[in-house]
Ligand binder design. Structure first.
Ligand SMILES: [Zn+2]
Length: 304
């Protein structure tokens, strides 16, 4: 009995630590399970958030504008066969009626100064040629006479007929006048009768200069195309001869304008950038030398 009692108490005293251990293990397991669950749920959350974070980055990327390739800037390049032929560019041959108009002053060569310049060319063996003669020479098909030079006049002002033409006739010099067709027969511009008369002289050639004297690189490609095509057609219809050259108003030209000009059937075109060398690479943007108003004879000679 005593023994059994002792055993009972032994069991009592020995079971309780086992129970405590079991409880502790259980608690421990519960705790582990609890934390595992927390980690698991947080992982789920991370996995849900991650794609969202990715998406926002992707959206941001699409918002950043993709850099466009820089537009090729057109610059005339002397290339291919080349020859030295200065092309002079005049506008008004007359006294400036408004001395406060400095732009007009700059574009106006007085008839006296113009005659002095033409006399110099004649007496010093210069040969004024046409663009139709220059064209095969640039391509190496013909040889030009020594001291070949080209005289050009832009805009078709009336003073070309009244002031320049008589001087050119007097010295037997050739010139080319560029006509903005829609401006003729009005204001300070030539009449079609004057243009026809001068064309018949054999000394004066005419070229296109647009219909309305638009800045061709600032208007729509459709308008530019119409200006280039129509000015050629109107001149041909009025003069009954082919018009092979155009001078871009304001010298405004780019690769698209050159493409339109070629497609319109022109042989070449003139720009306003300065150079004395004509080349195959610049046949559709030939450089010209501007004869400024007020320049003395020596300045003119230095230009040639
Ligand atoms: Zn012009």
């Amino acid at each position: 009995m005593k023994m059994a009692k002792k055993n009972k108490s032994f069991l009592k005293t020995n079971i309780s630590p086992i129970l405590i251990c079991l409880i502790l293990i259980l608690v421990f397991l519960i705790l582990i399970l609890f934390f595992e669950l927390k980690i698991f749920t947080s992982n789920i959350n991370l996995n849900i958030l991650k794609p969202q974070a990715k998406q926002t980055t992707q959206t941001n990327l699409t918002i950043i504008p993709t850099p466009k390739p820089t537009e090729k800037i057109y610059a005339p390049q002397i290339s291919g066969n080349q020859i030295r032929v200065p092309i002079l560019m005049y506008h008004y041959i007359g006294n400036n009626p408004n001395p406060t108009d400095k732009q007009r002053d700059y574009l106006s060569v007085t008839p006296d100064k113009f005659e002095e310049q033409m006399k110099y060319l004649k007496e010093n063996g210069y040969n004024t040629i046409s663009l139709d003669t220059l064209y095969p020479a640039i391509r190496g098909q013909i040889t030009l006479p020594a001291k070949s030079i080209i005289l050009t006049f832009d805009d078709g002002y009336m003073d070309f007929y009244t002031n320049a033409y008589p001087i050119l006739l007097k010295y037997g010099l050739h010139a080319t006048v560029f006509i903005p067709t829609n401006l003729m027969n009005q204001g300070y511009y030539l009449s079609w009768n004057q243009i026809r008369e001068m064309s018949g002289s054999g000394l004066i050639n005419f070229g296109a200069h647009g219909v309305n004297h638009y800045h061709l690189t600032s208007v729509s490609p459709q308008t530019a195309e119409s200006e280039i095509i129509q000015s050629k057609k109107i001149l041909q219809d009025n003069l009954g001869i082919p018009i092979n050259f155009i001078a871009y108003p304001f010298g405004a030209v780019n690769e698209n304008i050159i493409k339109i000009t070629k497609n319109a059937g022109y042989m070449g075109a003139l720009g306003t950038w300065a150079n004395k060398t004509q080349s195959e690479g610049t046949i559709f943007n030939m450089p010209r030398l501007k004869v400024g108003g007020g320049a003395d004879l020596q300045t003119f000679i230095d230009l040639l």
